[in-house]
Design a protein around this ligand. Structure first.
Ligand code: FES
Length: 147
């Protein structure tokens, strides 16, 4: 069988052979440069994204006590109007946390763990580790969440 007929049988063209390595590189770069999440040298992920508070999907953050979850981060607006952001997964077994502004904590309904707004463990389960806390900065209607 001739070479071009062999590749044709496999569905491979000369263009495929030339551009395949470039496409693989583009796909890899797209993931790394997404802008939302990047691995750092310690293996933890870093995040950097903005939430437009003018959009209806983000209206919860216009009200004190409101919260939402984006990119695995729970963001809440406290009773004094500041914002707090933390990993939304409980450090015990990964259950999704709830923001409780009145109690100044993140609450896990699965086994009852509570975390302070600084990420500290407030109560059981005893083996629970602190929450990862992220920085927030409001400029105009854009809330940046990063760390
Ligand atoms: S999963 Fe949250 S306390 Fe157990």
């Amino acid at each position: 069988m001739k070479r071009d007929r062999f590749f044709s049988t496999l569905g491979i063209t000369a263009g495929t052979l030339i551009f395949a390595p470039s496409l693989a590189s583009c796909i890899k770069n797209k993931v790394v440069n997404s802008g939302d999440e990047k691995p750092n040298n310690s293996g933890n992920r870093t995040i950097d994204f903005k939430i437009d508070l003018a959009l209806s999907e983000n209206l919860q953050l216009k009200t004190e006590g409101g919260s939402l979850i984006k990119n695995g981060i729970i963001i809440g607006r406290t009773s004094d109007g500041t914002f707090v952001a933390a990993s939304s997964a409980c450090t015990h077994q990964g259950f999704t946390l709830a923001f409780e502004s009145a109690n100044k904590r993140f609450h896990c309904a699965n086994h009852g763990a509570n975390f302070g707004f600084n990420g500290s463990v407030l109560n059981i389960p005893a083996e629970t580790t602190p929450l990862k806390i992220y920085n927030t900065k409001l400029v105009g209607n854009l809330l940046r969440v990063f760390g």
